[in-house]
Write a protein that binds this ligand. Structure first.
Ligand code: PMP
Length: 452
């Protein structure tokens, strides 16, 4: 009774005062109010328990309740609560060196607070790099349709999902979009057999058409996550890297989702051997979501142009909380656990059997395609396999609701154009137990078998 009253009161305050992300106000619906987390699970004010099948917003890589991570934050806050990176502090130094080691190159990192800021920082660094490298006309960025790169103006401009921009355009100038390597709905038509290769070559053409001397960078995730889990061939990124190199265009890899083990490698780009990005942006799994932190790591080629002496050669960019000592301490502990517990190898090992179970769903009428890598899965639902018309809003909603009723949270996305939000998303914490993972797969299979 008491619990019910408290929940009712909280729901009312929530409705009156808390503006949720991606929110459509609904007087009748009540939010799920979490009170506690344990591993891959969380509990709400009603005492119900849910498995978080999307790791929050694909960030809770190590799950809830790692005391070592909380201790690292506590000790750091007690010792040095805040310090700006106009000067320096130990956790930021150690973390920047660790990131360079993990990227298997020589990288220098600028810290911020989020994935959006990490990408904004990358755009500014890239433009300034080209100016300081004697190519002041290189200012444009190329990204792919369906990509999501963040919510701030530059990151939103690189984002190419119509629905996320429609009331906020015009976007920042200088951002161009090309088709994604999306073989299931090939933008080049069904009869083009190698659509990933064509998608990569189109980047070459667009750079030529625009003029290579006007293009600063190409930004992409190794695997599009927020646009419906799109998994290109390994050759795609290799070819894009070659094209970028040929035109002196910087390859910016957005590892905000795919970094720190999500795909079964430490970083997603590592699936394409030989690719060494010029800039890598990170957030989410960098701290497993325990504290906010964004990072923009640049290769020594780029940093060299910021080391050269000259009055105007410094980076004119600052973030009050970027590289907060507690966030850096948390990231270091998070990475230490990922390494000590061999989390990345575990994801690679377990993902094969999860994927093969999920592939069985292709037998269902409304399952168009099942895609995945590591612990990142997308199930594209259609009205029927032949027309590939996207599954209805009602079906998508009822699947998500049915999973929730059984105690599993899953997500959905796609192009976020109405009607094309038809990909179910599953991305459990990387530390999920085998029982947790079995629960996810069985629940999804049961619900889809009933409804598809
Ligand atoms: N890049 C990608 C690929 C993302 O998925 C996101 C967030 N979902 C961002 C950037 C932006 O990160 P943030 O929400 O921390 O700003």
């Amino acid at each position: 009774m008491q619990l019910e009253l408290e929940t009712k009161d909280l729901v009312q305050k929530d409705k009156d005062h808390l503006w949720h992300a991606m929110y459509r106000y609904n007087e009748k619906a009540s939010p799920t109010i979490a009170t506690r987390g344990e591993g891959a699970w969380f509990f709400d004010t009603n005492g119900d328990k849910y498995m978080d099948g999307v790791s929050g917003l694909w960030c809770l890589n190590l799950g809830h309740g790692r005391k070592e991570i909380a201790d690292a934050a506590y000790e750091q806050m007690v010792n040095l609560s805040y310090f700006p990176l106009t000067m320096s502090h130990v956790p930021a130094i150690e973390l920047s060196a660790k990131i360079s080691e993990l990227l298997q190159g020589s990288y220098t990192t600028f810290f911020s607070n989020s994935g959006s800021e990490a990408n904004e920082t990358a755009f500014k660094i890239a433009r300034q790099y080209h100016i300081q490298n004697g190519n002041p006309g290189k200012f444009k960025f190329i990204s792919r349709y369906r990509a999501y790169h963040g919510s701030t103006l530059g990151a939103m401009s690189a984002t190419a999902q119509a629905n996320r921009r429609m009331k906020y355009d015009p976007a920042a100038p200088g951002f161009l979009h090309v088709p994604p390597p999306y073989s299931y709905r090939s933008p080049f038509g069904e009869d083009v057999p190698d659509s990933d290769r064509v998608a990569a070559e189109l980047i070459d053409q667009v750079i030529n058409w625009e003029g290579a001397d006007s293009v600063a960078g190409v930004i992409m995730e190794p695997f599009i996550s927020g646009g419906g889990v799109i998994i290109p061939s390994k050759e795609y990124l290799r070819r894009v890297a070659e094209i970028c190199k040929k035109h002196d265009v910087l390859l910016i890899i957005d590892e905000v989702v795919s970094g720190f083990g999500r795909t079964g490698k430490m970083f997603g780009f590592m699936h394409s051997e030989g690719v060494q990005p010029d800039i890598v942006t990170m957030a989410k799994g960098l701290t497993s979501g325990y504290l906010p932190l964004g990072a923009t790591a640049v290769s020594s080629k780029i940093y060299a142009k910021f080391k050269e002496n000259g009055t105007h050669n410094h980076l004119r960019h600052i973030s009050t909380y970027g590289g907060h000592p507690a966030s850096c301490a948390v990231a270091l502990k998070n990475i230490e656990i990922i390494e000590n517990e061999r989390i990345v190898d575990r994801v690679a090992e377990l993902s094969e059997s999860i994927l093969s179970e999920l592939y069985d769903l292709i037998a269902l009428d409304k399952v168009g395609e099942v895609r995945g890598v590591g612990f990142l899965y997308g199930i594209e639902l259609v009205e029927d396999k032949k027309s590939k018309a996207p599954a209805s809003e009602e079906l998508m909603g009822s699947i998500i609701a049915a999973c929730k009723k059984k105690g599993l949270i899953i997500g959905r996305n796609g192009d976020t154009v109405p009607g094309y939000n038809n990909v179910l998303i599953i991305a459990p914490p990387l530390s999920s137990t085998e029982d947790d993972l079995r629960f996810v797969v069985e629940t999804v299979k049961t619900v889809l078998s009933d409804l598809c």
